[in-house]
Design a protein around this ligand. Structure first.
Ligand code: NAP
Length: 279
């Protein structure tokens, strides 16, 4: 049996089209529209591309975007003051600080300065704490997008062995918490993990969240496993050797067109949720 593609592009289009309709109706009722502010510090070309994609997606569904670009030598204090002004701006419903910031910036301090009600990218310590406690909050967009994608394809999670490779604050750790919340039995792997191939082989659901091209070999994948590749490396290559993994898996996300588009649509969805909460 061939592996079913988890089509993130298709689901993302469906979410965006329903958001577009909702925004039209919200605008006619309130005379206002949701606004997402994006902050990019420095000139990292991948980050510029990601921010531009987010701004374009905002505009494509009738949302306003406010794009702030700051120079590479911006200090943490200067960045905090920009965040403060966006926090105080009533027309702004969501704030996205593009990761990674230049090394000289205290990025954690900056993330945590974002008001929880405007944290539509789910990056604050408070949002992570609430997520970990199973409380309602904004979620980090990539792991939440992965959850929505698995839900769309009715993939059962309860009692399944899930292995997440990577433990970053924006991806690996919240991914593990969201899977745990759906009663999966979760193992988190990282750079010091021993026996990665065996752990991956034990997984019913495997999530690659590392940032190293095809680190996870196709032959490690158990037959029938669900393969989620969140990695995005140069040359459109993920963290999982998908050419082989997709011959063994039951479902898999393609790269590109799997996890990436879901990240953006979740960001838009959470911005609309923030707007509605403020009406
Ligand atoms: P990150 O902060 O660099 O974290 C990478 C994680 O991988 C770390 O926890 C690290 O372990 C672990 N790791 C490194 N080498 C390893 C190895 N040999 N074996 C096992 N684990 C290893 O990266 P990130 O921000 O989470 O991003 C990960 C990937 O996801 C990247 O390709 C990124 O482009 C992609 N991503 C995609 C989207 C999207 O929208 N599609 C969004 C976010 C990220 P330690 O903690 O021990 O160092």
């Amino acid at each position: 049996m061939s592996s079913i593609i988890l089509d993130g592009k298709k689901l993302s289009e469906k979410i965006k089209s329903s958001l577009k309709e909702e925004i039209t109706s919200l605008k006619s009722k309130s005379g206002k529209q949701p606004t997402l502010a994006t902050i990019l510090v420095g000139s990292n070309s991948s980050s510029q591309t990601y921010v531009n994609m987010k701004v374009k997606s905002c505009e494509s569904i009738g949302m306003t975007s406010k794009k702030i670009e700051l120079p590479e030598n911006t200090t943490t204090e200067e960045l905090l003051s920009v965040i403060d002004s966006l926090n105080n701006d009533k027309s702004v419903n969501g704030i996205l600080l593009q990761h990674p910031s230049p090394k000289a910036i205290d990025e954690r301090l900056a993330f945590d300065r974002i008001l929880p009600e405007k944290d539509v990218d789910g990056v604050t310590t408070l949002s992570f704490g609430k997520l970990s406690m199973g409380e309602k909050t904004f979620y980090p967009c990539t792991p939440y997008g992965i959850m929505l994608l698995m839900e769309e394809y009715n993939i059962p999670l309860s009692g399944k062995n899930a292995v997440v490779v990577g433990r970053s604050a924006i991806l690996g750790k919240p991914m593990a918490m969201l899977l745990l919340d759906k009663n999966a039995t979760v193992t988190i792997c990282h750079s010091q993990t021993k026996n990665l191939p065996d752990l991956v082989h034990s997984a019913d659901i495997i999530v690659g969240a590392v940032g190293k091209p095809e680190l996870i070999k196709g032959e490690w994948i158990k037959k029938g496993a669900v393969v989620i590749d969140a990695g995005y490396n140069a040359g459109n290559v993920g963290d999982i050797e998908l050419s082989v993994a997709s011959l063994r898996s039951s479902y898999h996300t393609p790269v590109p067109g799997g996890v990436g588009p879901m990240t953006i649509s979740v960001l838009l969805k959470q911005t609309v949720d923030s707007f509605k909460a403020g009406l």
